[in-house]
Write a protein that binds this ligand. Structure first.
Ligand SMILES: Cc1cc2nc3c(=O)[nH]c(=O)nc-3n(C[C@H](O)[C@H](O)[C@H](O)COP(=O)(O)OP(=O)(O)OC[C@H]3O[C@@H](n4cnc5c(N)ncnc54)[C@H](O)[C@@H]3O)c2cc1C
Length: 336
């Protein structure tokens, strides 16, 4: 990070893929970008966790590539050895092969391999929850729970929109009514994600993923077959309706129900093979009502932008393009 007082500075809240790509693009053009994240590591919903002897992707499971711009990024990640092709489709709800020829990618050591790679050389402060935002004549001030204070000419908020709205309303700044209305219209589905370490075969069909796309379960993945875990490590995602209606339920009840549902789906007695479990409750997993623009510029002076997977397109690709679009806007370029 440079101490040159003439350098433009930006505070980015969120070290998910959108925030990291925005920071990286700004830094390349000579800005000082400081990224704050409340998590203990980078990646946000591209999340990998170790439970017992297994590695689990428990947020995003894989990503696809549609746009040329994202294809360029993925090419770089493949060359750097942080991304790899997993498959070209997964088993369907009945366990039948369902390949469509389009590559699905993974991080080489789990999804976090990619955000960790992008974060190298950036000023990223993890374990820093932003709790207050104030605007001033020359920019923005953000205060973290730890007491850390960061100032910048521009502010980019990449947290899921309800969390970003809470933050921007926490201090002296008042969001214009029009922007507030647009942002309040953004909605997400929740997801209950269960990690299961087993002492026997997982029963997940080739190529290690069952894309159910429904209720009560949406996905069952085998992290060993995926190539990111040594143990028999299964990730189970509940569908949005089931997740919503059980989101606040007792942890043991949720875990037991999801083990039974996954065992029924796979046709195996999962319960007798489980040696360790971990449950994650994602309040914001998939965007159900996105904002149509790739990012939202609320103020030019001082610059305030919202971006992430709720803007433009969803998922890992949409979040990546949104982070780049936010950087484009700050650099005075038309988002590509
Ligand atoms: C269960 C699940 C399954 C998914 N499956 C897929 C999939 O298979 N394929 C796919 O393409 N996409 C999938 N997604 C979606 C994908 O993970 C997201 O679209 C993408 O990772 C979002 O990136 P982002 O940068 O917009 O947000 P995030 O990754 O959410 O990053 C935002 C960051 O902001 C931080 N933050 C929030 N508030 C504060 C604060 N006050 N102070 C500091 N930091 C803060 C958070 O800790 C987080 O790291 C899935 C998501 C979930 C949850």
């Amino acid at each position: 990070m440079s101490d040159d007082p003439n350098r433009k500075t930006c505070i980015i809240v969120g070290a998910g893929i959108s925030g990291l790509l925005a920071a990286s693009a700004l830094q390349r053009e000579g800005w000082n970008a400081t990224v704050l994240d409340k998590g203990s590591g980078v990646g946000g919903r591209m999340a990998t966790r170790r439970v017992g002897g297994g590695n689990f992707d428990h947020g995003a499971q894989f990503f696809t590539v549609r746009s040329e711009r994202f294809a360029g990024l993925v090419e770089g990640w493949l060359t750097a050895g942080v991304a790899a092709e997993w498959a070209s489709g997964f088993a369907d709800a009945e366990g039948r092969p369902n390949e469509d020829g389009h590559p699905r990618y993974r991080g080489t050591e789990g999804m976090t391999s990619i955000p960790k790679y992008i974060a190298r050389g950036l000023d990223v402060r993890t374990g820093e929850r932003a709790v207050r935002v104030d605007s001033g004549d020359t920019g923005w001030g953000v205060v973290c729970e730890s007491g850390l204070r960061v100032a910048g000419n521009a502010l980019v908020l990449t947290a899921p929109v309800p969390q970003a709205l809470e933050l921007i309303s926490s201090g002296s700044y008042r969001l214009p009514d029009g922007a507030m209305r647009q942002l309040e219209a953004v909605t997400y589905d929740p997801c209950l994600a269960l990690m299961l370490l087993l002492d026997g075969p997982t029963g997940v069909p080739e190529p290690g993923g069952m894309q159910i796309k429904g209720e009560p379960l949406d996905w069952i993945g085998d992290n060993g077959r995926k190539g990111i875990s040594e143990g028999q490590a299964v990730t189970v995602h509940a569908g949005p309706e089931w997740s919503r209606s059980h989101f606040e339920d007792d942890e043991t009840e949720v875990i037991d129900s999801m083990i039974t549902l996954a065992g029924d789906r796979l046709g195996t007695d999962l319960a007798s093979a489980v040696i360790e479990t971990s449950l994650v409750r994602w309040p914001h997993s998939w965007v159900t009502n996105p904002h149509p623009e790739p990012c939202l510029v609320v103020s030019d002076d001082p610059p305030l932008l919202f971006c992430g997977d709720a803007f433009g397109q969803p998922k890992v690709e949409g979040a990546s393009l949104s982070g780049l679009a936010a950087a484009d806007r700050l650099l005075g370029r038309d988002p590509r």
